[in-house]
Write a protein that binds this ligand. Structure first.
Ligand SMILES: [Zn+2]
Length: 287
C-alpha cells in the first residue's frame, strides 16, 4: 500500500510540475500559452539554423538541423527561451552538385530570415538569437546582422558565436582518431551518434574520400569555388573513428555556451536602447 501511495504521489508531482512548465518549442505552445511564454522568456527567441545538404555517405541531409535544434532545445530548457522551428533556408550553393541539397536563391534567404525576425517581433519577442550549426551560413549570418542598422526596428538580433575552449578542445583531441576535418567529420559524426544514433550509418564513412584535394592554388585571395576545389564530395575529414562520447563533450559545451548567451541577452538592455538612439540620430545627422 505504501508503495502504491508513493507511486501516486510521484505521478502527481511529475504531472503537476510538467503541466505548469511551458514547452520551449514554439510549435508545441498553444496560442494562449504563447503570451505566457513570451513573458517567461523575457522576450527571447532562438532560431536554430542549418540546411539540407549532403553529409558524407553516413549522415542524414538534415544533420545541421538536428544538432542546432538539440543545442537550442536543451539550452532553452535550462534557461527558458522560445525555440523557433528548425530553420533550413540557409546558404548552401557550394553543395548544389550533390543529391538532396536545397539551395534557395541569395535574395530569398536574406528576405525570408528578415521577415521571420519581423514576424517574431510582431508576436512580442524583441530579442532574437540566431543559433547556427552550418558552416556555410557563417558569412551569410554575419552579413545579415549588419543591415539590421539599415532602418529603425523595435527588436535586436544577436548571433551566437561560441569561442573555442582550450580545455574542452584538449579532451576532444585526446578522443579523436583523425587529424583532419571540417564537414561530416569525426566530431560532427560523433555528435550525431550521441543525439540521433538511429540516423548514423558509420559503416559507410569510408565509402568515399574526405581528403583535401587542394585543386585551387590561391594565396592571399578568396574565390567562391574554393570549397569545391578542396572537397568535391562535400565531405571533409575522416569520420570512421566517430564515437558518441566525443559527441557528448562537444555538444554539451555548445549547450552550456548557449545557456550563457540566453542569460546575457535576457539581461541586456543596451542593444535596443542604443539602436533607438542610433536610428533617431541617423534620421538627421547634421542636427
Ligand atoms: Zn554539418
Amino acid at each position: 500500500m505504501k508503495r502504491v501511495g508513493l507511486t501516486i504521489l510521484l505521478f502527481c508531482a511529475y504531472f503537476g510540475a510538467s503541466a505548469q512548465r511551458l514547452p520551449v518549442a514554439w510549435e508545441e505552445l498553444t496560442s494562449g500559452d504563447f503570451a505566457k511564454a513570451v513573458s517567461e522568456s523575457g522576450g527571447v527567441c532562438i532560431i536554430p539554423m542549418g540546411v539540407m545538404e549532403k553529409h558524407g555517405q553516413h549522415l542524414p541531409l538534415g544533420t545541421d538541423l538536428y544538432t542546432a535544434r538539440d543545442i537550442s532545445l536543451k539550452a532553452a530548457q535550462k534557461e527558458y527561451a522560445i525555440v523557433f522551428p528548425a530553420y533550413f533556408a540557409g546558404q548552401i550553393f557550394e553543395a548544389k552538385q550533390q543529391p538532396g541539397t536545397v539551395a534557395y536563391s541569395a535574395d530569398l534567404i536574406y528576405k525570408l530570415l528578415d521577415e521571420t525576425c519581423r514576424e517574431i517581433s510582431r508576436n512580442g519577442i524583441k530579442k532574437i538569437i540566431l543559433m547556427n550549426s552550418h558552416g556555410g551560413n557563417n558569412n551569410f549570418l554575419l552579413y545579415f546582422c549588419q543591415p539590421q542598422l539599415e532602418s529603425a526596428r523595435d527588436y535586436a538580433v544577436y548571433l551566437y558565436r561560441p569561442e573555442v575552449d582550450p580545455q574542452i578542445q584538449k579532451s576532444i583531441a585526446a578522443l579523436r582518431k583523425s587529424t583532419t576535418g571540417g564537414h561530416a567529420d569525426e566530431v560532427e559524426s560523433s555528435i550525431m551518434m550521441y543525439i540521433r544514433p538511429d540516423l548514423v550509418k558509420i559503416e559507410r564513412a569510408g565509402d568515399e574520400s574526405g581528403a583535401d584535394l587542394d585543386r585551387l592554388k590561391l594565396t592571399n585571395a578568396y574565390a567562391s569555388i574554393w570549397w569545391y576545389g578542396k572537397y568535391p564530395n562535400h565531405y571533409a575529414g575522416d569520420a570512421r573513428g566517430a564515437n558518441p562520447m566525443l559527441g557528448e563533450i562537444a555538444q554539451t559545451q555548445k549547450i552550456e555556451q548557449l545557456v550563457e548567451v540566453i542569460k546575457q541577452v535576457k539581461a541586456d538592455k543596451s542593444a535596443i536602447e542604443l539602436q533607438n538612439r542610433f536610428f533617431k540620430e541617423a534620421l538627421s545627422p547634421v542636427k
